[in-house]
Design a protein around this ligand. Structure first.
Ligand code: XMP
Length: 212
């Protein structure tokens, strides 16, 4: 699975890159930079090109988390990303909203950045357990640390594990898939390349070759 992280700031650029890369990616992931600068309606427009994952990293009290998730789903997203560290009550609230919309929930385990090791790593496997209990559809795990992906995947059982951090953050596609990831999230390597469609196609071909 290839997920395009579309962290560009302008609506027209986002739609252009999405249209060019759409046939090579399974999902488009949107994050705050795009939504805060272009407005939430861009999410609906992108959803017409490819299914969207809203990476709003929801981490709040259940009530507020539900409002955020509901807004995302009402704009056509297929899935939302919520922080596992916020706890089971919040994940359950987000799960309930997703169920009302027929959507999916991914829980963040530990961030792919260095800072992800400071606090989150100690609780990663507990977060995986909570995500399973709550019935999340998948987990976000760090492509920058393949050894952690393997541990997370083992504990995750049938939850999908998708990994940001390939390319610009230093993670290697081959290592990530070998560690058991079900998909990778790639942003800058694609949308900052000279030819985003060609780059997306090449990554897609590498994934298909490795996952055969
Ligand atoms: P790049 O440009 O680094 O984009 O390929 C990566 C995208 O993924 C987000 N990101 C994360 N999201 N957990 C998450 O839920 C993580 O550990 C993580 N690391 C990166 C990043 O914000 C960007 O959208």
């Amino acid at each position: 699975m290839l997920i395009l992280a579309l962290d560009v700031l302008e609506r027209d650029v986002a739609l252009d890159v999405a249209r060019k890369c759409g046939e090579y990616v399974d999902f488009i992931k949107v994050n705050y930079p795009l939504v805060l600068s272009a407005g939430i309606d861009v999410v609906s427009e992108l959803s017409e090109i490819r299914p969207v994952i809203a990476d709003f990293k929801i981490a709040d009290i259940p009530y507020t988390a539900s409002l955020i998730a509901d807004i995302a789903f009402r704009h056509g997203v297929r899935a939302v990303i919520a922080h596992g560290f916020a706890g089971s009550d919040m994940l359950r609230a987000v799960r309930d909203v997703a169920d009302r919309h027929g959507g999916e929930v991914y829980a963040v385990t530990e961030l792919s950045s260095q800072g992800g090791r400071e606090f989150m790593t100690r609780h990663t496997l507990e977060i995986v357990d909570v995500a399973k209990e709550v019935g999340c559809d998948g987990l976000i795990a760090p492509a920058t640390r393949p050894e952690r992906i393997a541990e997370i995947k083992k504990r995750a059982e049938n939850l999908r594990v998708i990994c940001p951090g390939v390319g610009a953050q230093g993670g290697r596609l081959e290592d990530v898939l070998k560690a058991g990831a079900d998909g990778i999230i790639v942003g800058r390597t694609i949308y900052q390349s000279e030819d985003p469609a060609r780059t997306a196609r090449e990554i897609r071909e590498r994934i298909d070759g490795l996952m055969k």
